[in-house]
Design a protein around this ligand. Structure first.
Ligand code: MF3
Ligand code: CO
Length: 257
């Protein structure tokens, strides 16, 4: 069953999403050469708890941290570590989830560290654009698969590929609710979108081939061909006027330095 939320519930989900956006903005300002992914995780956990919220990922199926921090060929679910220190030319995906007042927000960005290759910069741009294209097709009466179709069309036109093994998801009083939201496929399939549905849309895009594998830590997903990968995510509500981006950021994320 896909839950439709009242306006009052969506306001509470906006509060959770706003916090997640603020945490991403704050983390983006910390991203720099010499910073470890454990440093970023500590900042995120402090900010979430200071807001009276709870890190959504910590303890989820045994996940040990507040954020996922995935560098270069790591696609998603990289575990923060003191030993992972950012260097110039890296790209880092930061995924943040928080529960506030019983509702969840979930959002991710990928940032350059210092100067990155033209290919890396293009991968980040195209992946973020594909999330924008997906959000544009969200409207009551549309279909779930319209979202993945929009992502896949944009990504493959740029010569990149879409990860198949992981998908976006409904979100609300749990982090993962129905439906699943693949980032590929034919349009016009799957459940119809209706006002009040809340979706975490999260394209994962590889510069090379689509295949990924999970490392022996049980979490980190990397590209099989070791090509770069990017990940962007927003939590959005379906409204009469289209998508309401619940994790929208008031302050832009820094471009990294
Ligand atoms: N944004 C990711 C997701 O939707 C993050 C989950 S990390 C986990 O599933 F550790 F919580 F699983
Ligand atoms: Co998610």
């Amino acid at each position: 069953m896909i839950v439709c939320r009242s306006h009052a519930e969506l306001e509470r989900m906006r509060a959770a999403g706003r916090l997640v956006g603020e945490v991403l903005t704050a983390l983006s300002a910390k991203v720099a050469v010499g910073v470890s992914t454990a440093d970023l995780d500590a900042v995120a956990e402090q900010l979430i708890r200071a807001a009276g919220a709870t890190p959504a990922f910590k303890g989820y199926n045994g996940y040990p941290a507040t954020i996922c921090a995935s560098i270069n060929d790591e696609v998603i679910h990289g575990i923060p570590s003191k030993a992972r220190v950012l260097k110039a030319g890296d790209i880092i995906s930061i995924d943040v989830g928080a529960e506030l007042d019983g509702y969840f927000g979930d959002s991710a960005i990928t940032l350059p560290v210092g100067e990155v290759s033209d290919e890396a910069a293009r991968l980040l741009r195209v992946t973020e654009e594909s999330l924008g294209k997906a959000i544009e097709v969200v409207r009551p009466g549309g279909r779930i698969s319209d979202i993945g179709h929009a992502v896949q069309t944009h990504v493959e036109a740029a010569g990149f590929s879409v990860v198949r093994e992981f998908v976006g998801h409904g979100i609300g009083q749990r982090m993962h609710e129905e439906p699943q939201i693949p980032n590929y496929g034919e349009p016009g399939r799957g459940p119809r979108l209706a006002e009040g549905m809340v979706l975490a849309i999260e394209p994962m895009v590889n510069a090379g081939k689509p295949a990924v594998k999970v490392l022996s830590d049980g979490w980190t997903a990397v590209t099989r061909d070791r090509s770069l990968a990017a990940h962007f995510e927003h939590t959005v509500a379906v409204t009469a006027d289209g998508a309401w981006i619940l994790t929208a950021r008031e302050q832009p994320v820094a471009a990294g330095r």
